[in-house]
Design a protein around this ligand. Structure first.
Ligand SMILES: C[S@@+](CC[C@H](N)C(=O)[O-])C[C@H]1O[C@@H](n2cnc3c(N)ncnc32)[C@H](O)[C@@H]1O
Length: 451
């Protein structure tokens, strides 16, 4: 019988491969039907995420064992080979024979005519599963750096090229390596419910081991991988699932009770609700997003956390026309998401080079609008979860250098913890939180002051 975790991982991965589904959505669907215990859930998650994180590497390792190119095989066969090989190489606790046997069983069920091929390839792969690094190094000995890095870190070459051009190879390779490891579970304590210590104690009542995060005031790190949404503490609004790096953004607006704030890209509401918590739920936060389903998600989060000051609104952030100017604005812009490859490993294969310039244009328009609807002396915080200068510093600089916009870039160094400030070093137009520093996602953040 096929292990439940592998069966569910296959269901998620085949939807990503065949239907271009988003991994998080596909996995949620795959885990939904019937009863799945925590262990199977964790195994399915680890296999699905891990296989996608290592896809380019896996394809290169599997290719010499196949007569036809992997791309020419049925998607079912591709998925089974990749996920079985992933387990053999990267999941220490899974015996190679268990991964291979279940791979063959999955093939018998979903592509019976390819079961013999899957069996033969996986048996041969098992013999070399632990030598992946030396095998690849040998195979790529004559290759260009970019190709080597792309295969070793499983990131499309155009992305590696752009990142290295922006930041240099050492910095980028450290980040890419960290983004191929599983992401730690990170929660934000809702200070309206209790202090961080009280939130940790509340989680302990449900058997969840947690500790304070190292970076953000409200950050809580949970041991292991659990489905937080099933906890009563979550349902009662004690915590929000949020990366600890993302928790640095809302405080940069210096939120105070009674302020009028606008969030031009609010869904699913992580930073909006953080603002509401920091404002003690007093004041007004207009939270815009372009998609109705997403606006609903913001409303649901606000309700779950028990905050009243958030007003979810459907609208294009570039066209917001307020009755009166705001005290502060947040533009947490849509971006290529290259800083969140760890949590969203499928993103790197979806992105196209032309996305960067298109997104940068949207980002500039959103930032310009934010600057136009904030009062003199008010601030605008610009953030992204990407690592490319074209979407980060360049956007901020271009908007700030236009005298008709009437803003100046502020140095936010004084608001970082001393450790972080030392790492960031010299800041220009904002700063980049690298994902390998604190096991967070990668974020860029900057603050502009309206003159
Ligand atoms: C990075 S996400 C925001 C995440 C959110 N701030 C949080 O912390 O949960 C960017 C959001 O911008 C939205 N968006 C894209 N284009 C937009 C536009 N023109 N106006 C408003 N929102 C937009 C997307 O739907 C997406 O929800």
């Amino acid at each position: 019988m096929i292990a439940e975790g592998r069966r569910r991982a296959y269901q998620a991965l085949i939807r990503v491969e065949r239907d271009a589904a988003y991994l998080n959505v596909a996995l949620q669907g795959a885990l939904a039907g019937g009863k799945v215990d925590e262990r199977d859930r964790a195994l399915a998650t680890e296999i699905a995420y891990g296989t996608l994180r290592r896809q380019i590497t896996l394809d290169r390792l599997l290719s010499p064992l196949l007569r036809r190119p992997l791309a020419k095989l049925d998607p079912e066969v591709r998925v089974i080979l990749r996920m079985s090989a992933y387990q053999m190489t990267w999941l220490d606790r899974v015996p190679a024979y268990a991964a291979a046997n279940d791979g063959v069983e999955l093939a018998k069920r979903h592509r019976p005519q390819a079961a013999a091929l899957v069996n033969a390839v996986l048996r041969r792969y098992a013999e070399r599963a632990q030598e992946w690094e030396s095998l690849l190094k040998k195979a790529l000995a004559g290759a260009r750096d970019l190709e080597r890095w792309s295969v070793m870190y499983s990131v499309p070459a155009w992305i590696v090229e752009r990142l290295v051009a922006d930041h240099g190879a050492d910095r980028v390779l450290a980040a890419l390596a960290s983004m191929n490891e599983p992401a730690p579970m990170s929660l934000r304590a809702n200070r309206l419910r209790g202090s961080r210590e009280e939130v940790i104690a509340r989680l302990a009542e449900e058997g969840v081991e947690a500790r304070s995060g190292a970076l953000a005031d409200d950050g809580v790190r949970v041991q292991g991988q659990i489905d937080v949404t099933r906890l009563q503490a979550y349902r009662d609004g004690w915590v929000t699932i949020q990366d600890e790096g993302a928790m640095l953004v809302a405080p940069l607006l210096r939120p105070e009770p009674g302020m009028r704030v606008v969030d031009l890209c609010a869904a699913p509401g992580g930073k909006t609700t953080h603002l509401a918590e920091l404002m003690n739920d007093r004041g007004e936060i207009d939270a815009y997003d372009v998609a109705m389903a997403k606006v609903r998600a913001v409303r649901q989060q606000a309700e779950r956390l028990g905050v009243q000051s958030v007003h979810p609104r459907l609208g294009d952030g570039r066209q917001v026309e307020p009755g009166a100017l705001y005290d502060a604005a947040l533009v947490d812009a849509p971006c290529t998401g290259l800083g969140v490859m760890r949590r969203r490993p499928d993103l790197r294969y979806r992105r196209r080079p032309e996305d960067v310039a298109q997104l940068a244009q949207l980002q500039r328009s959103l930032l310009r609008r934010a600057c136009a609807i904030v009062r003199s002396g008010g601030c605008v915080v610009y953030s992204t979860c990407t690592l490319l200068k074209e979407e980060n510093e360049s956007v901020v600089r271009e908007v700030a250098s236009d005298p008709s916009v009437g803003v100046r870039i502020e140095d936010i160094g004084g608001e970082l913890t001393p450790n972080l400030a030392a790492r960031v070093g010299e800041r220009t137009a904002g700063f980049l939180l690298w994902p390998d520093w604190y096991e967070t996602d990668g974020f860029f953040m900057a603050r502009l002051r309206r003159i």
